[in-house]
Design a protein around this ligand. Structure first.
Ligand code: NDP
Ligand code: X2W
Length: 348
């Protein structure tokens, strides 16, 4: 028998992608969907692409509505998960796509989010290699609370972690530049996200150490073994609906050829189904990972600059949110980790 699932914030982009993936999951059945301004409306009024869930109507987002399910996915604006999660039974698996429970440091939370810290949950990045040789997935087995990583944080962390774990690059000299699609900013109307503003243009945002994924990435890289992380991080909004292309470069601090550098990434991710290290000289395209739970990584060496370059592509709504949420839930529930998830994209 399938486990019963509720999705809160189901009228948003992250919630919608969760629903699309859950509709195909053989062990999980969506019984309840909640929203805010869309409460009372039929699900297909907001998500006309999800006809298999046409019998559902958005309800109010309250602990009472969400209680009584085996699994609750939260896809709410930052700051809204903590209060609701605290009122759900400890036996319920709660998977939070928002940022509320990602950071270990309350000071970092205060500095970048400006509200009270809700606490820290096991971090849902199964493939992250830990400094003691383990993987982050061990923290997820039988967990009943999971914090899903930020999408930019996923792309940057998984792109450069193998080089740090292998001692090949200096995490004190990281430079990341990202091309990101506007769906990462959510569905709520904002002038800067109108098609008339976006099409034919690109702009940087969150520049100069201000982006809230910086402490999350630093926390991840310290878990991998970095002692000092200095990171210049610049995301750029580009006119593609979804997808993130992250270029992460760092100084090479060991004697290594391009082949040896790439070998470190291959051995770090050798058995990981959702992480694909591309052949030497190849770099990923966002189109090839859209709709999938894959991250593709191309690794190279800029000998003249003395820097390693890792370029990663993900679907921000796939491996960047909803796919990652389901992958971690599968681990916590004891299902095959890839249940209901694909590595195939939908290019072109
Ligand atoms: N989009 C992405 O790529 C990623 C998103 N996330 C995270 O997932 C979460 C959801 O993001 P996203 O789907 O993009 O956002 P959206 O703006 O698209 O959706 C937000 C959802 O929350 C509901 N909501 C809004 N205000 C309230 C409120 N006051 N109380 C309860 N519910 C409310 C909305 O309901 P209604 O529409 O009915 O008003 C909607 O269902 C965020 O925390 C985000 O950071 C994480 C990684 C990537
Ligand atoms: C285009 C755009 O604004 N993207 C968002 C992606 C954030 C995200 O998806 O992660 P969170 O869950 O941490 O919000 C950003 O860069 O802030």
């Amino acid at each position: 028998m399938s486990l019963s699932v509720a999705v809160a914030g189901a009228s948003g982009y992250a919630g919608g992608e969760l629903l699309r993936l859950l509709a195909q999951h053989p062990e999980l059945e969506v019984r309840t969907v909640t929203a805010h301004s869309n409460a009372g409306h039929p699900l297909v009024a907001v998500h006309p692409h999800l006809r298999s869930l046409a019998s559902l109507t958005f309800q109010e987002t309250t602990p009472e509505v969400l209680a009584g399910h085996d699994v609750v996915f939260l896809a709410l604006p930052h700051g809204h998960s903590g209060g609701i999660a605290a009122q759900l039974p400890e036996s319920t698996l709660v998977v939070d796509a928002g940022a509320d429970h990602r950071l270990e440091s309350a000071d970092d939370w205060a500095a970048f989010y400006g509200t009270e810290h809700a606490g820290t949950w096991p971090y849902g990045m199964p493939e992250l290699m830990l400094a003691d040789g383990g993987r982050q997935r061990r923290e997820l087995r039988a967990a009943r609370r999971i914090a899903v990583p930020g999408c930019n944080a996923t792309a940057v962390t998984l792109a450069i972690a193998p080089g740090i774990a292998a001692g090949l690059v200096d995490p004190g000299g990281l430079v990341s530049t990202l091309a990101v699609g506007p769906s990462g900013a959510g569905r709520a109307a904002k002038v800067s996200l109108l098609a008339s503003e976006l099409l034919g243009s690109a702009n940087a945002y969150g520049v100069g150490g201000t982006h809230r994924h910086l402490p999350e990435i630093a926390q991840n890289l310290r878990a991998v073994g970095a002692t000092e992380v200095r990171h210049s991080f610049t995301p750029m909004l580009v006119p593609m609906s979804r997808g993130i292309l992250a270029s992460v470069t760092a100084p090479l601090v060991a004697e290594a050829t391009a082949d040896e550098v790439r070998s470190a990434w291959v051995s770090a991710y050798g058995d990981e189904r959702f992480v694909q290290v591309l052949p030497q000289g190849q770099y990923p395209r966002t189109a090839d990972v859209l709709g999938s739970n894959a991250i593709q990584i191309g690794v190279g060496l800029d000998e003249a600059a003395g820097r390693v370059i890792a370029v990663a592509a993900i679907d921000n709504l796939g491996k960047g949110t909803a796919g990652a949420a389901i992958q971690s839930a599968n681990i916590a529930l004891g299902f095959e980790e890839h249940t209901g998830l694909s590595i195939d994209g939908v290019a072109p």
